[in-house]
Design a protein around this ligand. Structure first.
Ligand SMILES: Nc1ncnc2c1ncn2[C@@H]1O[C@H](COP(=O)(O)OP(=O)(O)O)[C@@H](O)[C@H]1O
Ligand SMILES: [Mg+2]
Length: 361
């Protein structure tokens, strides 16, 4: 069985690594021949909308998945006509547009921050009047790691934010004064079996995920998050792993966004759960029984952003699992991560504090 993965970044690399024990083979499609996945499986080099490259990939594999949510929907339709393709194209289409995503959450009864679609300066002024300050202006499409967004605190922020972002369709969201941010990662198989991982707590800085603590110790949130996750999975007749990011505001979940793929806040599952999100994604799209999603201890994951830490010092920490994606260093770029796993939450917290001191900020 050979699986095609659109995108050969670190998520694709970790998917292929998880598939090796299952005797699965992989081919990537990526515009760069030396993307992280190249170390694990061959890359068909081409843009995501390069029809001849897509055809080549389809010709070499039995099944197609993706690790990147900005794959053009038309390209995926092209693929889906030739080979089974999961997660479903409709989930990808909705996840690519923050307004469609929030409309979908709303229809399913999942709370979101207040929002308005913004297509003109007049729309923006009306949206600001409706939502008040502070609020967050974001591009509807193609944003990631906090790119393409501005927090508006006062009237004088509106003009410059419009100048910076206004050339594309936007969304204005009310600013959520959250107690914390959490996410849930889960899988649904082509046979309809569903499993969810424990809810995890996420810390962001400058819009980029820095630390995930798993599990988040949130029994009440777990039930609600799992309910919302199942609702979205069933809505799309989904197959694969899906992630929903939430704000916790006044003790209740407010959905921020979803990702129809394996997710950075699920990296801890490689060492910290009975079955990793990457293996469960593969099991799900192949219609195999899903693996146990329970945490095997208490974990924390720290992203390496912009600069790598001293490897020997990280490896000297007992319980630390170092992952280097092999990427060139660049400010704001995710270069690797480390997961610490311990028997108790207190031991985990102590290990996390030691790890954080080794990671350049
Ligand atoms: N409406 C909001 N209120 C408060 N904080 C927000 C809001 N939207 C985004 N943020 C902050 O910015 C981070 C990144 O925003 P997000 O919408 O998740 O975009 P991305 O696609 O870049 O991850 C969030 O995790 C959160 O910390
Ligand atoms: Mg996000």
């Amino acid at each position: 069985m050979r699986i095609g993965i659109i995108g050969a970044g670190q998520l694709g690399q970790m998917l292929a690594l998880a598939g090796h024990p299952l005797a699965l083979q992989f081919r990537f499609l990526d515009s760069s021949g030396d993307a992280p996945g190249a170390r694990v499986a061959p890359i068909v080099v081409g843009a995501f909308d390069d029809l001849s490259a897509l055809r080549r990939l389809a010709g070499e594999v039995d099944l197609v998945t993706y690790e990147f949510e900005n794959v053009p929907v038309a390209a995926l339709h092209e693929m889906a006509a030739k080979r089974p393709c999961f997660p479903p194209v409709e989930a990808l289409r909705v996840s690519q547009d923050r307004v469609l995503e929030k409309e979908m959450f709303g229809r399913l009864g999942i709370p979101t921050p207040p929002y308005r679609a913004v297509d003109s300066r007049t729309d923006l002024d009306a949206a600001v009047a409706a939502l008040g300050f502070p609020c967050v202006l974001k591009t509807r499409r193609l944003g990631y790691d906090g790119r393409g967004q501005r927090v508006l605190k006062r009237r004088s922020d509106v003009g410059p934010a419009w100048e910076a972002l206004g050339s594309v369709p936007l969304i204005l969201e009310g600013f959520v004064r959250f107690e914390r941010e959490v996410s849930i990662v889960g899988a649904r198989s082509t046979r309809g079996e569903t499993r969810a991982y424990p809810v995890v707590a996420n810390m962001h800085r400058e819009g980029i995920l820095r630390v995930t603590v798993a599990p988040a110790r949130a029994p009440r949130l777990q039930r609600a998050a799992e309910g919302y996750l199942r609702c979205v999975l069933d809505h799309f007749d989904y197959a694969g792993v899906l992630t929903i990011e939430f704000f916790v505001e006044g003790g209740r979940l407010v959905a921020n966004e979803m990702a129809p793929r394996v997710h950075n806040s699920g990296h801890w599952t490689i060492e910290g759960a009975a079955t990793s999100q990457f293996e469960n994604h593969l099991r799900a799209i192949l219609g195999l029984p899903l693996g146990d999603t329970r945490a095997v201890g208490h974990s924390a994951m720290v992203n390496y952003i912009g600069r790598m830490p001293d490897r020997a010092r990280v490896l000297a920490l007992a319980g630390a699992h170092h992952h280097d994606y092999g990427k060139a260093a660049r400010a704001g770029r995710k270069l690797g991560h480390c997961t610490v796993v311990a028997r108790t939450a207190a031991e985990r917290d102590a290990l996390l504090a030691r790890l954080v001191r080794l990671v350049p900020r």
